[in-house]
Design a protein around this ligand. Structure first.
Ligand SMILES: [Zn+2]
Length: 217
């Protein structure tokens, strides 16, 4: 894939940013916006195969990517800021394995997409608790990266074909941890969800057995 020019990158950023309504979003809405952006991005990149090529993102110069030593990032995976040079830039930890760098790259790209409108978009997150808010913003960026790298339909297809974490991780060019987390979130892998509990007094529902609720859930 060739390097997109500045005009093409500006158009892409504008298109992806326009998906987010310019108002405070709930956590659920933020995830939804990120997933629509992720699908749009894969379409833009003509990513038909599971393993999306991210060279366009590394090479584009609109919001430059810098690969830097781990200690410069305080051992974090990445950073997106305009505080280093005065313009918005992404920094990715070059000490981490390539599969992790791919995830970090997209995580930072989501920060970059939300950067200008972050004070509005994230205003309601955490309900005034800055720590909760920061955690939710990180989770939103992780969710975006996960959906760009591992779209739901393709994950299901490959998982049900191979049923082997390392094989499927390889197909998507992600870490085993990333594909396992994705499968767990889809409810495909991991402990089966516990049967729904009774939250109300049994006497209110004299004729209903718990099994009926398990079937209906
Ligand atoms: Zn982050």
């Amino acid at each position: 894939m060739r390097k997109p020019n500045k005009t093409e990158m500006q158009a892409l950023v504008r298109e992806l940013r326009a998906i987010a309504p310019k108002r405070p979003l709930t956590y659920g809405e933020s995830l939804q916006v990120g997933r629509i952006q992720a699908a749009r991005l894969r379409r833009w990149a003509n990513a038909v195969e599971p393993d999306i090529n991210l060279i366009w993102l590394v090479k584009q110069r609109l919001i430059p990517v810098n690969f830097v030593a781990s200690h410069k990032l305080g051992e974090e995976s990445g950073l997106t800021t305009d505080q280093v040079s005065g313009r918005l830039e992404m920094f990715v930890n070059e000490g981490e394995p390539p599969v992790r760098q791919r995830f970090s790259l997209l995580h930072e790209w989501k920060h970059a997409l939300d950067f200008d409108d972050a004070p509005i978009l994230h205003a309601k997150l955490g309900r005034g608790n800055a720590k909760v808010q920061a955690g939710q913003i990180e989770a939103i960026c992780n969710d975006f990266a996960a959906h760009v790298l591992m779209p739901t339909a393709l994950v299901k297809r490959e998982w049900f074909t191979w049923q082997e974490l390392s094989v499927v991780a390889n197909i998507f060019n992600v870490s085993v941890e990333a594909i396992a987390t994705r499968l767990e979130k889809l409810g495909i892998l991991g402990e089966p969800k516990p049967a729904p509990r009774f939250y109300f007094r049994r006497s209110l529902l004299p004729d209903v057995q718990q099994d009926d609720f398990a079937l209906a859930a």
